[in-house]
Design a binder for this molecule. Sequence first.
Ligand SMILES: [Fe+2]
Ligand SMILES: [Fe+2]
Length: 286
Amino acid sequence: MEKYLNTPIKELITKFPEVGNILQDYNIGCVPCALGSCLLKDIVAIHNLPEEQELELMYGIEKAIYPQKNVKKPVLKNAAKKETPQEIKYSPPIKRLVDEHALIKKWIGMMPAVIENIDLESDSSRQLILDGLDFIRFYADKFHHAKEEEILFEYTDKNLDIIKTMLADHETARGHVRAVLEAMEKRDKNAIIEHLVAYKELLCEHIKKEDEILYPWIDRGLSVTQVGELFTKFNEAEEKLDKEVIEKCKKFAQELEQRIQELKLETPRHIGMAGVSLPVKKEEVK
Ligand SMILES: [Fe+2]
Ligand SMILES: [Fe+2]
């Protein structure tokens, strides 16, 4: 079994497809992962399942690999008591990132309402989208993703699939923002909606993976000194950014609900039906 613990997961799943099904039963999404070079032992460590579940998972995997072998079922202490999922406790610098996610989630959570009320003929509707893109570029990207990429991920092995995937997600997100900006210039409502929806879906999954898997795993590996170091580095990084812009982003998130309400009152005069593409004025197309 030792050699399989050090085998890249894609290789293992190709050889023993049942292993992929077992991982999926534990919500470990290795099957759809395009990379698959994580080692089985790293996957088990990163996901930090309760002891009982980890024993059951490894028992299932060993049985799938060695169907002929009489694999001994692990003796579970307190087997009757199912461990209830515990609230994740983060160190202060990581908690700061989780709190930043909360603000990002506030905006992406309201994207459907913004999309529903898009009216490219309305200055306030266009401004709301542009302000939302500024929030993503300055707060979600320069303020938040930059701390992950330039500081936090330095405390990990950047060759791990989970880190590569997170970095690739950041790039894909930047691509969606560029695409929405271009679509705004062209007044291409369908493209605006398409890329906002794609951004929302990507970030929802991305934040979930970070909050529930990646951050707790990184946190578990940090010494007290490293936690202090991280805290200082985050402060230093934030010092370099324009505080007014960050405050403006926070204000955007706080006022978003109100602005959507105002748009709803304004919307019927312009579009009447949500989701209907508007004719593009010729002189406005670049
Ligand atoms: Fe991230
Ligand atoms: Fe993040």
